[in-house]
Design a protein around this ligand. Structure first.
Ligand code: SAM
Ligand code: SF4
Length: 339
């Protein structure tokens, strides 16, 4: 692990781990709260963190700024549901003004987006990912616990109307729950310029063996999509995330496949995460974390915080060890870590 202190900020040092991966992407959970209860995410009992345990907007902004001084150039705001966080539009605007960041995005369930897409776009948000697991309005209620499909769809079309591009749709595929929706969702790309991304279900907060029957690997998802017509691969760009990208011949949009469980992309991982309760995490699929909120609230300097970024980077493992056939359980909740 190499690390040069955060000063001076005009020459960003880089966070490089022991496997020579450079960390340049920070995912930030701005709240653990959510207005939905997706069955793959809100597992077990739902208990929100008290307000004082959550980083304030000022603290979030400061930590992201320090990260930008260390070579972080991409930030994604997530949660919980980020649009449930009061002041989110101002936070986006302030983060967009941080020098050194060239890619700022947000992941949302879309249900509160219709009225916020224009203000978010004006604040500088250019890209958005919206979760949608089904086009069946009744199934949406069964999967998310709330009958808000129309709101989510309006959120998607409002993002498009606000000029956000590309609008990415995230679908977590669960066998026996929404695998019948793979083709209908993929077909959306014929009509709309959306990027529909199918994500493997990850057993977070449960015994993985219990989740195994619902798992469907990206290879099988790809075979289902390919029944619609030829899938043309799109060349992988260095700035691409973990998705393998395809296009149905003649389609306006794209299809992405994200195989977090079957097709590990750990060797290319460039991310760390900031949890809603102020911890830095080297990996989504590990409970390891570095306490940042305590030093932050005890007067830590920017260099102290920069050292915690370096420590988190140093703790990145070569690959995650979550497996469906083992009882190695991830205790953390997705919403607090930021999916
Ligand atoms: N509430 C927002 C949303 O749903 O888009 C942002 C937070 S959510 C935790 C971020 C992403 O994680 C979503 O795309 C969601 O579908 C995904 N996700 C949540 N639980 C998951 C799981 N067990 N396996 C795979 N993806 C999951
Ligand atoms: Fe909420 Fe997103 Fe989790 Fe669904 S996936 S419960 S919308 S945080």
């Amino acid at each position: 692990m190499t690390f040069t202190p955060a000063q001076p900020f005009h020459a960003p040092p880089h966070l490089t781990d022991q496997f020579h991966r450079t960390v340049s992407y920070l995912r930030v959970s701005v709240t653990d709260r959510c207005n939905l209860r997706c069955r793959y995410c809100m597992t077990g009992e739902t208990r929100w963190l008290p307000k004082h345990a959550i980083l304030t907007l000022e603290e979030l902004h400061r930590v992201v700024s320090i990260g930008a001084g260390l070579g972080i150039d991409k930030v994604r705001l997530t949660g919980g549901e980020p649009l449930c966080r009061r002041g989110i539009v101002d936070l986006v605007a302030n983060i967009c003004r941080i020098p050194g960041l060239d890619d700022i995005a947000l992941t949302t369930n879309g249900t509160l987006l219709a009225g916020m897409a224009q203000p978010l776009a004006r604040a500088g948000l250019g890209r958005i990912n919206i979760s949608l697991d089904t086009l069946d309005t009744h199934a949406f209620g069964r999967i998310t616990g709330r009958d808000l499909w129309e709101d989510a769809w309006q959120g998607i079309t409002s993002a498009q109307a606000a000029g956000m591009a590309p609008v990415k749709i995230n679908t977590v595929v669960m066998r026996g729950v929404n695998d019948d929706q793979i083709k209908p969702l993929a077909l959306l790309t014929r009509q709309y310029p959306f990027h529909v991304r199918f994500i493997e279900y990850m057993p977070i907060g449960i015994d993985p063996r219990q989740g195994q029957p619902n798992f469907m690997a990206v290879d099988e998802i790809q075979m289902r999509v390919a029944e619609l017509g030829e899938l043309l691969p799109i060349d992988h760009q260095p700035s691409d995330g973990p998705a393998q990208r395809f296009r149905l011949a003649g389609a306006a949009g794209e299809i992405g496949l994200i195989g977090s469980m079957s097709a590990h992309f750990c060797s290319r991982c460039n991310r760390i995460r900031l949890t809603a309760d102020g911890h830095l995490r080297p990996c989504l699929l590990s409970d390891d974390q570095v306490d940042l909120i305590t030093p932050l609230r005890r007067g830590a300097t920017d260099d102290d915080i920069a050292a915690l970024f370096a420590e988190t980077t140093a703790r990145k493992q070569g690959g995650h060890r979550l497996r469906f056939n083992e009882n190695r359980r991830l205790r953390s909740k997705m919403a607090g870590i930021g999916g």
